[in-house]
Design a protein around this ligand. Structure first.
Ligand SMILES: Nc1nc2c(ncn2[C@@H]2O[C@H](COP(=O)(O)OP(=O)(O)O)[C@@H](O)[C@H]2O)c(=O)[nH]1
Ligand SMILES: [Mg+2]
Ligand SMILES: [Zn+2]
Length: 307
């Protein structure tokens, strides 16, 4: 039989097979794509399983090819990665203006990583009920002005009190498999509980100034929407890795630069200071947002230091 992994707890996996959830374990080793992985199976994987004789449990015999996946570089093993989730229709970043404030740089890293996996992304601004003052309004305006023209939807919600969650947010997630991420404290668990009462996720008050790191769980878990589709929560996961790229390829993951690629004088142009660079020209002309270009440079230099 075939099923989809909804939770991994180390050696046991919960697998949804039609309307049932079955505990399953792995037997044997699987050949994995080209990746060096610290975990063989991830939430979202479709697997082939077999009931164990005389038991409620099952054995996972095979993993079906992954349509896509999101990884994090392993902190323990060099050149190894940890698969966070797979077979996603989209990735949702929940962001907030304050408590905690999500920086544009963090948003850009998220979007570059989802671009590198080929997964569509959207931004959900939560805690709209707390937005006040001109500086905050400006942050929100920037978010809309920068990201919407690039093709990333931006929607505004108040997970804690939104009566309209079902009309504003649900249409974006119904029938899809969506990964939810964002800093700790932005309201991911609150949002899950509002949409899926059975999720019963623990929510944590954000206390103090930099309370970004209070984690309750560290395993990704899939929850099913009553209206169809699922949400995958990634508690404790700060950010994803970017798939390995050469320097001159990073701009492929910036939609506003992608359209000019191949037009620079040098075909391995990194758009930093090369003569005849079309990206730099478009930046000057105002077609590329300076904040985005700054993020591009930051990521270029960070990735460089990892080499
Ligand atoms: N004012 C306000 N507070 C919210 C909203 N959504 C979540 N919170 C609060 O923010 C805190 C962190 O929420 P939680 O769901 O635990 O965040 P998570 O770490 O992303 O899962 C909790 O105290 C929530 O009650 C919202 O829309 N408005
Ligand atoms: Mg949470
Ligand atoms: Zn260039």
């Amino acid at each position: 039989m075939k099923g989809r992994v909804i939770k991994s707890t180390g050696s046991w996996y919960l697998v949804k097979v039609e309307a049932n959830v079955i505990s399953a374990r792995l037997k044997g080793k699987f050949k994995q794509e080209d990746l060096k992985l610290t975990n063989p199976i991830a939430v979202g994987d479709w697997v082939e399983l077999e009931k164990e004789v005389g038991q409620e449990t099952a054995v996972i015999k095979d993993i079906l090819p992954r349509e896509n996946y999101v990884i994090r570089k392993s902190t323990r093993k060099q050149h190894f990665s940890h698969i966070i989730a797979s077979n996603l229709d989209q990735a949702i970043l929940v962001i907030t203006m304050k408590k905690p404030r999500t920086s544009l740089g963090f948003i850009d890293r998220f979007l570059v990583s989802t671009e590198s996996y080929g997964i569509p992304a959207m931004l959900v601004v939560n805690k709209m009920d707390q937005l006040e003052g001109e500086e905050e309004a400006e942050w929100l305006r920037d978010i809309h002005e920068i990201y919407e023209p690039l093709g990333y939807p931006v929607i505004e919600i108040s997970a804690l009190m939104d009566q309209d969650l079902k009309s504003t947010f649900l249409p974006h997630i119904r029938g899809k498999s969506s990964l939810i991420s964002g800093h700790s404290g932005v309201g991911k668990s609150t949002l899950l509980n509002a949409l899926i009462p059975e999720a019963k996720q623990e929510t944590k008050e954000v206390s103090g100034y930099s309370a970004k790191g209070v984690h309750t769980t560290t395993f990704a878990e899939m929850f099913f929407l009553p209206e169809g589709g699922d949400l995958i929560d990634t508690p404790g996961i700060k950010e994803f890795g970017i798939l390995d790229v050469e320097e001159f390829e990073l701009s492929h993951y910036f939609p506003e630069m992608r359209q000019y690629l191949g037009q620079c004088k040098y075909n391995n142009c990194t758009h930093v200071n090369e003569p005849g660079c079309v990206v730099l020209k478009k930046l000057d002309e105002g077609y590329i947002h300076p904040f985005r270009y700054q993020s591009y440079l930051n990521i270029l230099h960070e990735e460089d230091s990892h080499r």
